[in-house]
Ligand binder design. Structure first.
Ligand SMILES: [Zn+2]
Ligand SMILES: [Zn+2]
Length: 495
């Protein structure tokens, strides 16, 4: 923020919501000038003007305070839905710039992505989603890989027999995790985008589709086609050491589907989609608004009561995630406990020509090192051992610093949280690699791989750490440091 940011004269601001009063225009104008770095200090004369200047200076010190004031000056209207946005990482309510060019709008305080402005977003994302669904369907019917051993022994794997083999060998939890992350959620993500595009085209969005579209970020985080591909490649390279391996066409189809899924993410401008969903009527008997709340589902910022229904997506609106700190601690503690059996128990039992035995995660990495696959060994070590440890450590650090109400390095801590949320899913690499090994290596004493209890425990660790980062609300760090208007003590932080 510029230090000398005063405004004494009111000037209309372009793009201000209809019905904005002169005082509000002054605030909006000051904000836009501040942002452009063009606000000059004008020294007012006289005691009254000096007093006004002091209060203006105080106001202009923090844009969140300005918006806080604006929120109390005027009731929001439908137009605000597209003008205001709350940063999901730091809680700053800010006005989005005109969306006339394709750009990424970042939070001015913490750098989080507020909006991705894309032209023809609905058509482009529908096309990418349809192509992805086609390739995904193809991957279902084709084999993912085939292997041959001496004596004409042959085995093939596809997307269905992988989880089947896991559950037959008692690893039903693993099979369930694979079915959800590899089959159900990628399909749910692509079909939700396609259905929403079609629904907007026909001008009617059913309630269930709204609910699915609000869950789209969850689908994106938990849909792991890309992680599976890398895991499958690692497994096939390991198998190449003792049998003949052929990459199946389903791997290429899945690769295409993964690219389409990334293209959907790149083309999707959620604000455009939600903008075309009409606002519903305010629920009858609505409680008195508790403040300026952003809907977690669709991003609509309204003056609403805690726990009331969003006018657009019909999800419950909350200022902050419910009981975030306690839930995150509980999930971290469970994950840390489960990490012990995950690293001590064997993730699989490998038999080669009648020899071999149980192998842990670390053992698997060592085995890759012995056969000279340095790159893969490093990849497995980072994804399976380093990433879960870093996640647990980083989340604990964020929770402790929030409880201490520390204001130091808020930007860095928020970036750390984003990194933790981003890398967590890649730990599933070893689970998918194990599944491929179990499905393909089934030649009895010649070459066989069985899943171990450690694999299920490790899968539990990955799922729990991912849930922990989802349960943590990074806005609490900013609340606790007194950076957000409203309650200075974050809910859930014990004093
Ligand atoms: Zn922010
Ligand atoms: Zn909503």
């Amino acid at each position: 923020m510029n230090e000398a940011t005063l405004f004494v004269r009111t000037r209309p601001s372009r793009g201000a919501p209809a019905g904005t009063s002169e005082g509000e225009l002054a605030i909006i104008w000051a904000l836009s000038r501040q942002r452009a770095g063009r606000l000059r200090t004008i020294q007012p004369q006289g005691a009254k003007k000096r007093q006004k200047a002091r209060s203006d200076r105080r106001l202009s010190e923090s844009p969140s305070q300005l918006w806080y004031l604006l929120a109390h000056v005027r009731q929001p209207d439908a137009h605000d839905a597209d003008v205001l946005s709350e940063c999901h990482d730091c809680g700053l309510v800010q006005r989005l710039p005109d969306a006339s060019v394709a750009a990424v709008v970042l939070c001015e305080r913490c750098g989080a992505r507020l909006r991705q402005v894309r032209h023809n977003s609905v058509v482009l994302s529908a096309a990418c989603a349809a192509a992805g669904l086609g390739l995904f369907a193809l991957a279902f019917v084709l084999p993912t890989a085939s292997v041959w051993m001496q004596g004409g022994r042959f085995a093939t794997s596809d997307l269905v027999n992988g989880p089947e083999r896991l559950s037959q060998n008692g690893a039903w939890a693993l099979a369930l995790a694979v079915v959800i992350t590899l089959l159900i959620l990628p399909f749910a993500k692509l079909s939700t985008v396609l259905a929403m595009s079609l629904a907007l085209r026909f001008g009617r969005v059913p309630r269930w589709l709204k609910a699915c579209f609000t869950a789209l970020p969850v689908f994106t985080e938990w849909a792991m086609v890309d992680v599976f591909l890398l895991g499958a490649i690692i497994a096939l390279f390991r198998l190449r050491a003792w049998m003949l391996v052929a990459f199946g066409p389903a791997l290429f189809a899945l690769g295409g589907a993964a690219v389409c899924s990334v293209a959907v993410d790149a083309a999707l401008d959620r604000a455009v989609f939600w903008h075309r969903v009409p606002l519903g009527p305010k629920s009858r008997g609505a409680r008195t608004p508790t403040g300026w709340l952003a809907c977690h589902g669709c991003g609509l910022v309204t003056h609403a009561a805690e726990g009331s229904k969003c006018q657009r997506c019909e999800q419950s609106v909350h200022a902050r995630k419910h009981d975030s700190v306690r839930r995150t601690w509980a999930l971290i503690a469970s994950a840390a406990l489960l990490a012990i059996p995950a690293n001590v128990l064997p993730v699989m039992t490998i038999t080669k020509l009648g020899r071999g035995g149980p192998s842990t995660i670390l053992g698997g990495t060592r085995e890759l090192l012995h056969v000279g696959m340095w790159g893969l060994a490093l990849l497995v070590f980072v994804a399976s051992i380093l990433v879960p440890l870093v996640k647990l450590g980083a989340l604990s650090f964020l929770l402790v610093s929030t409880s201490l109400r520390s204001a130091a390095g808020l930007g860095t801590r928020t970036r750390l949280f984003r990194l933790v949320a981003l890398i967590g899913r890649w730990s599933m690499l070893d689970i998918f690699a194990t599944m491929m090994l179990v499905t393909l290596a089934r030649f009895g004493w010649l070459g066989n791989v069985m899943p171990g209890l450690g694999a299920s425990a490790f899968c539990g660790v990955v799922v729990l750490t991912m849930l922990a980062s989802r349960a943590f609300d990074p806005r609490l760090m900013w609340d606790a440091a007194g950076q957000n208007p409203g309650p200075a003590i974050a809910p859930g932080v014990t004093s």
